[in-house]
Design a protein around this ligand. Structure first.
Ligand code: NDP
Length: 295
């Protein structure tokens, strides 16, 4: 039987709508809108697209969007001074510095400069620590979005075998932590994992966050597994085409005949990331203004 399609696009649209309603209520209660500041350094094409869509989504969700652009050769001191200014600005609830930064800038130093209470990306070491010890903080948007899709689909994850492929700080590690908190039995696989297909075959839940086009094959999957494909990879253009197709880390066509449910690429995890960013900003605004969240 063909796998059910996990429609992240529809789920994200519903989440954005709910956040928009709550943001309007926040504005009425606090006398100001929740605000998200996005800092873009340089002119990386993909980053510009992301920043533009974050800006649009923020405004559509009844929040204020502050965009700050610095030139590609900006000095680190100038970037840190901007972050410091945003930390002290009461109209800014969330701060996001678009990554990757140009090579001469130290990403870790910049992330460390963001106030943990405004770190809506959840990348600050204080928020990573809170997640690790089970305290409430900001959780990175992509894995939190994956978790929402998983619990919506499966309900209670207790005792399920989960395999996360990838161990980055922004996806793999927080994903594993969230699954562990939900009482799944978690394995984190990476480039040094031996016999990855055999490891993946154990999984009731597979989260692929690798960055390799269609790496996970149908015969790696257990019958009925739930597959969350985080990867975004562009294939080389077919003859005559300007751009190649976007695909995930999972061979979608093959996997669909074995999995119980699967996220498509595009339209699966991708749309969840911005929706969760808006949700995190809304939560930050309530905390910063001392207003109770009406959820
Ligand atoms: P990273 O490059 O930081 O991490 C990739 C991970 O995959 C590493 O842990 C690496 O292992 C592992 N890996 C690489 N090759 C293999 C292999 N052959 N077998 C097993 N594991 C392997 O990537 P990110 O975590 O930042 O992103 C992963 C993917 O998710 C990318 O395609 C990215 O574009 C996408 N992404 C999508 C988002 C969305 O909104 N949908 C948001 C963020 C990312 P090792 O640690 O050993 O090197």
């Amino acid at each position: 039987m063909a796998a059910a399609i996990i429609d992240g696009k529809a789920f994200a649209a519903t989440l954005r709508e709910r956040v928009g309603d709550l943001a309007a209520r926040f504005a009425a209660a606090a006398g100001r809108k929740a605000g998200l500041a996005v800092v873009l350094v340089g002119d990386d094409a993909a980053s510009q697209v992301y920043v533009r869509s974050k800006n649009k989504a923020t405004l559509a969700a009844n929040m204020e969007s502050f965009e700050h652009r610095l030139p590609a050769d900006a000095a680190e001191a100038d970037l840190l001074a901007l972050v410091e200014q945003l930390n002290g600005d009461d109209t800014v609830d969330g701060i996001l510095v678009q990554l990757p930064l140009p090579d001469h800038l130290d990403e870790q130093a910049v992330i460390a400069a963001i106030s943990p209470d405004k770190d809506v990306d959840g990348f600050h070491v204080a928020n990573a620590g809170r997640l690790a010890v089970g305290q409430s903080g900001f959780v990175p948007c992509t894995p939190l979005g994956c978790m929402m899709l998983l619990t919506d689909r499966l309900g209670d994850l207790s005792g399920l075998e989960a395999v996360v492929i990838g161990r980055s700080n922004i996806v793999g590690k927080p994903m594993a932590q969230l699954l562990l908190d939900a009482n799944a039995t978690v394995t984190i696989a990476h480039s040094r994992t031996r016999d990855l297909p055999a490891v993946v075959r154990r999984a009731d839940i597979v989260v692929a966050a690798v960055g390799r086009a269609e790496m996970v094959k149908a015969d790696w999957l257990k019958d009925g597994a739930t597959v969350i494909d985080v990867g975004i990879n562009r294939l080389p253009p077919a003859d005559g085409a300007e751009k190649g197709r976007l695909v995930g880390d999972v061979d979608y066509a093959g996997a669909s005949s074995v999995a119980g449910a699967i996220t498509p690429v595009p339209g699966g995890v991708g749309p969840m990331t911005i929706a969760v960013l808006l949700r995190n900003t809304l939560v930050a605004a309530h905390r910063n203004a001392g207003v109770a969240l009406a959820e």
